[in-house]
Ligand binder design. Structure first.
Ligand SMILES: Nc1nc2c(c(=O)[nH]1)N[C@@H](CN(C=O)c1ccc(C(=O)N[C@@H](CCC(=O)O)C(=O)O)cc1)CN2
Length: 294
């Protein structure tokens, strides 16, 4: 029996949950997981429902019928097949620890995505990517050719059908136009606990500030560098005896883990952009179960 995920956002009002659950029940669907959030600051409402269709109603039939409920509450909604892996492009520059981590998680089934390509402005990881039978696209980026480089990137995105682009330590600033075009579909890992230490060389900035914690932040990419809605963060303790170079080593694991958690949330449709913040619902039961042991 297929599992579906329905995500809804709209202005908050009475009766939304009843309307959604009543519609699904009437359609012969059984809700197996549900999360909702009512933002009392801006009266926005967010809901994520996982359900199975028990009487044979197809995804198209369920979606068509839901349009009426959506219109009644002026909802934005998505209805997806929970088993269909999201098409994802990974982007990397010189530091490959996040790319390596994502490739490993993908290989063992812990990250159920369809990696449709890896893009880099360097050749460092080409062999490794090709060995995974994943298309590798080298796109040279210079200050002079950024528009052409981004046009090529968009070609790769469109031709591959990518639904998400992950900047796995890709170190080029994307144009406002590209950020707008791909709003909500690009995730970056920044190697600091934002909002501290935005931009380049955050570990150097942290060392010079004498912090006792360094960290990593996964966020949606916007035109404002490292200021997009935060999806996931974590930290690791450091001491006075460690150097900025030590921070690079200590930061690798936390960067990779934070990025993987953020991608897991996004591909399972648990994230909702709410202004400059992100609503992140908890993982559904069994959503980590795809991992092939061994
Ligand atoms: N429009 C955006 N683009 C990017 C974002 C973002 O939030 N908005 N995040 C960055 C990642 N990043 C830090 O996490 C970052 C990357 C690069 C730079 C930077 O100064 N790059 C220089 C070139 C550096 C080089 O050639 O090695 C530049 O682009 O001029 C700062 C922060 C990814 N892009």
């Amino acid at each position: 029996m297929s599992q579906y995920i329905l995500t809804v956002s709209c202005m908050s009002t009475r009766g939304i949950v009843a309307a959604i659950s009543g519609y699904l029940a009437e359609k012969g669907c059984n809700i197996i997981d549900s999360s909702q959030f009512d933002d009392l600051q801006n009266t926005k409402f967010f809901m994520r429902v996982t359900f199975v269709s028990e009487d044979g109603a197809t995804q198209a039939e369920i979606r068509e019928g839901f349009e009426k409920v959506a219109k009644q509450f002026e909802m934005s909604f998505e209805l997806v097949d929970a088993s269909r892996p999201m098409k994802v492009i990974l982007m990397v520059s010189r530091f490959g620890h996040c790319l390596n981590d994502l490739l490993y998680r993908w290989r063992i089934g812990a990250l159920p995505i369809d990696i449709v390509g890896v893009v880099s402005n360097h050749h460092d990881y080409q062999k490794q990517v090709v060995n995974h039978d994943i298309p590798f696209h080298h796109i040279t980026v210079t200050k002079a050719n950024k528009p052409q480089a981004e046009a090529r990137l968009m070609e790769v995105v469109e031709q591959s059908g990518a639904e998400l682009v992950v900047l796995a330590r890709y170190m080029q600033i994307l144009s406002d136009a590209l950020c707008q075009k791909m709003s909500g579909r690009i995730i970056n890992i920044h190697h600091s606990f934002l909002p501290s230490f935005k931009g380049a060389n955050p570990y150097k900035q942290a060392y010079e500030r004498g912090v006792k914690l360094i960290g990593a932040t996964a966020h949606y990419v916007t035109a404002d560098l490292d200021e997009g809605p935060i999806i996931e963060q974590d930290t690791v303790r450091i001491t006075h005896a460690q150097s900025a170079e030590d921070y690079v080593s200590l930061g690798r694991d936390v960067e990779a883990q934070v990025l993987a958690r953020a991608i897991h949330a996004h591909i399972h449709h648990r994230t909702f952009i709410n202004g400059n913040r992100t609503v992140v619902f908890p993982a559904s039961p069994g959503s980590y179960a795809s991992e092939r042991m061994g």
